[in-house]
Write a protein that binds this ligand. Structure first.
Ligand SMILES: CC(C)(COP(=O)(O)OP(=O)(O)OC[C@H]1O[C@@H](n2cnc3c(N)ncnc32)[C@H](O)[C@@H]1OP(=O)(O)O)[C@@H](O)C(=O)NCCC(=O)NCCS
Length: 207
């Protein structure tokens, strides 16, 4: 993403709401999150971790933790959704996404802290990802889930995704959605910033 200003990642933050109206901040992960992010994954239930990574892990292996903390490298990004709990900014969800520019698609995976599941956080986060995907120029977004993950399948269906077989792994199902973000809505900071930068690149004749 040529317009991503890595020295100022905070400007890409968005404010979301849980179904009950509680405020959630979505922002790119930062080096200061290393411990908290690992703590987040360790605290997920065994089942949630299995569903997120398609295998039994107790925490992020060192290499994967390193990858998670690299924002923008090889068009891969990690966002954390945080909430103030007892005065501390606490990670309640995370998502990792990758732009495949050659196919104009955005691939993503996500998880929500077990204590915060069922509050509409994933629904809101996926909407936000859709907007981030549009800002990156993606035309479709997709994710993979275990066929046994009824929660994710139900969530994807409700969020307007269609299902196809995974090309290589029969245990997985792929969910895919055409991205439809109306420019006038400007529903996320990434979109607004991308629009501003496009304007700066090609100012109108009257400007
Ligand atoms: C899948 C997951 C991200 C959903 O997060 P969430 O914030 O709880 O989802 P939401 O609250 O937005 O729920 C949206 C929909 O998901 C479905 N859903 C949520 N919890 C469910 C459950 N326990 N059983 C079945 N469906 C469920 C429902 O359709 C729900 O809509 P509804 O509340 O209107 O009925 C979360 O369960 C999770 O982190 N699981 C572990 C990691 C994972 O499976 N990741 C997906 C693979 S990448």
């Amino acid at each position: 993403m040529s317009t991503l200003r890595l020295e100022d990642l905070k400007q890409y933050s968005d404010a979301l709401r849980t179904r009950q109206g509680e405020a959630i901040n979505v922002r790119f992960v930062e080096p200061r999150d290393t411990e908290e992010l690992q703590h987040y994954f360790r605290s997920l239930s065994t089942r949630s971790r299995y569903n997120r990574f398609f295998g039994a892990i107790s925490e992020l292996p060192k290499g994967l933790l390193h990858d998670f903390l690299q924002v923008g490298e090889r068009e891969r990004f990690t966002v954390v959704a945080t909430k103030m709990v007892d005065g501390f900014e606490t990670i309640v969800a995370e998502a990792r996404y990758a732009l495949h520019a050659e196919t104009a698609t955005l691939e993503f995976g996500l998880s929500v802290d077990d204590r915060w599941q069922g509050h509409g956080i994933a629904t809101a986060l996926m909407k936000n990802l859709e907007c981030r995907a549009a800002a990156l120029g993606a035309e479709h977004m997709f994710g993979d889930t275990l066929r046994s993950n009824e929660t994710m399948i139900s969530l994807a269906r409700k969020s307007g995704f269609a299902f196809v077989n995974h090309p290589d792994d029969w245990k997985l199902v792929r969910f895919d959605k055409e991205i439809a973000v109306a420019p006038k809505d400007i529903p996320c900071a990434s979109w607004r910033l991308a629009a501003l930068s496009r304007q700066a690149d090609s100012p109108s004749a009257s400007a």
